[in-house]
Design a protein around this ligand. Structure first.
Ligand code: AMP
Ligand code: ZN
Length: 472
């Protein structure tokens, strides 16, 4: 598979070429653990999971890192405002460290119920303060950062390529009236690498003073560097991460390493709710608990997300989730029916229809993760099957093994899913096939068919007149 990804840095869909042959380093901006992730956040995490699975399917050895932001993410996403985590801890009079534990646990529970493959590393910002301070000091030494009192700022005009990712060049930013000039800064777009605040609940002693904490951007630069090295292949996040977060990450890291840092930047679009922004004040922030309370499986939500391209507009409504749940059930049903008729090992090349489907599936995924087109291949196969194709045991085996291959990438079927709702005609036809197998003394096949029928809730009775059956 020749993978091509859309790189936010160039705005183009480009062939993917790893830095080291056969290996890929992936970094995703994870949750700020001040509140349980909502389903919008999960769109971003599911995108990360799809990317990792597709890379593995294409044969790469992947190292995936997703951080947990447990300090330093301020309410305005830059260096003004309150720390999101501390704000909540103060309001609810709880210990910020307890809040981190509680929210992180719910994050991991959510990921497991969404069948997200665990990343190789989940670094927490508070566990990597020395690595951040090391970078901050190195940037001061290089002349890209400066200390004012106990704070340290990155000097944006010292990095000529600033704005390459987001288009927010220094000149445009200067012209933007939005920036209130902080007298401590040499330039209005300079951003904090390290801040001091005696009232901050989570704080560390450093060479800059007794009570400091890191800026949000330096966290991801330091943590990705620790686990993936100076340069790595793909960095992702939601579209809101492009600016200022990723633009600032690039500036401080490339200023330090003096070469280009991440090859490919990929961003998923926001999940919207009822056509608008998901926001707590509107009361439309849904979590996976809400999804389950309304009778859906988290896998229905996973399937809902996968059906749309990661860069496509996605609007969440309960009606749309219902549609996704039905479509997913149809595929589970397809799996069940294939299981009922599959028999024997799959020999490659035995079924041209499946080989063709596989080619289409891979081509769709390879072109910037076109998951919806890739899934359409499976739905086409199901239609063919329902119209009478792929009915021999060998064809059904090939189709089943392809379906499992697809699910290895999409992960939308639970381990026990393959609900079979056979029609009366299908039951009769499987019973007839079993009779034939028995007559030709192929008892193994006859037993397999009986077992498949049982799984579908069909009980067979051998009576004087032949076979009688009923549903349980
Ligand atoms: P946060 O917890 O705010 O740091 O966000 C964690 C991740 O979720 C980031 O990569 C965000 O870009 C992403 N994100 C936040 N809201 C949404 C949304 N509505 N749709 C998709 N991704 C989102
Ligand atoms: Zn980040």
């Amino acid at each position: 598979m020749e993978l091509r990804f859309r790189n936010t840095l160039t705005g183009e869909i480009e062939p993917f070429e790893p830095i080291e042959e056969g290996k890929v380093g992936l970094y995703h901006c994870g949750p700020t653990v001040y509140a349980r992730p909502h389903i919008g956040n999960h769109r971003a995490f599911l995108f990360a999971d799809l990317l990792r699975r597709v890379l593995e399917y294409a044969g790469f050895e992947v190292t995936q890192v997703m951080n947990l932001t447990d300090v330093g993410h301020l309410t305005d996403d830059a260096d003004e405002g309150e720390d999101k985590l501390e704000k909540r801890a103060r309001r609810e009079k709880i210990d910020p460290w307890d809040l981190v534990e509680k929210v992180s646990e719910s994050f991991f529970t959510d990921l497991a119920s969404l069948a997200v493959m665990p990343a190789h590393h989940y670094p927490r910002a508070t566990g990597h303060i020395p690595e951040m301070l090391e970078m901050v000091c190195a940037l001061i030494e290089k002349g890209n950062a400066y200390q004012v009192g106990e704070d340290v700022y990155f000097h944006v005009p010292s990095f000529a390529k600033y704005g390459r990712l987001s288009g927010n060049k220094v000149d445009n930013l200067e012209a933007g009236a939005r920036l209130e000039v902080n007298p401590d800064k040499k330039h209005p777009s300079d951003f904090a690498l390290w801040k001091s605040d005696p009232d901050h609940l989570m704080k560390w002693e450093s060479q800059f003073g007794p009570h400091g904490f890191p800026g949000w951007h330096i966290e991801c630069s330091a943590m990705s560097r620790k686990y993936l090295g100076d340069r790595f292949d793909i960095h992702t996040g939601g579209e809101d991460n492009i600016f200022p977060h990723h633009e600032c990450e690039i500036a401080q890291t490339e200023a330090l390493i003096e070469k280009s840092w991440v090859s490919t930047w990929m961003h998923t679009r926001f999940l919207q709710v009822d056509g608008g922004k998901m926001s707590k004040s509107v009361g439309n922030v849904w979590t996976l608990d809400d999804v389950q309370e309304r009778g859906f499986s988290p896998l229905d939500f996973r399937f809902f997300v996968l059906r749309t391209h990661y860069r496509g507009a996605m609007n969440f409504t309960w009606e749309a989730l219902k549609g996704a749940a039905e479509a997913r059930r149809n595929l589970a049903d397809f799996k069940g029916r294939l299981e009922a008729s599959a028999h024997g090992a799959v020999n490659e090349g035995v079924c041209a229809r499946i080989d063709e489907a596989r080619e289409l599936f891979q081509a769709a995924l390879a072109e910037d993760l076109n998951a919806s087109a890739a899934l359409a291949v499976l739905f086409d196969l199901r239609s063919d099957f329902l119209q009478g194709d792929l009915k021999t045991a060998e064809e059904a085996s090939a189709a089943l093994s392809f379906l499992l291959e697809v699910d290895g990438v999409f992960g939308f079927l639970g381990p026990d899913e393959g609900i079979i709702s056979l029609s009366d005609e299908e039951v009769e036809s499987l019973i007839a096939e079993r009779e034939e197998a028995r007559q030709s003394k192929n008892f193994q096949r006859a037993d397999e068919l009986r077992a498949s029928l049982m799984e579908a809730g069909i009980v067979l009775e051998d009576v004087a007149e032949g076979i009688r059956w009923h549903r349980i």
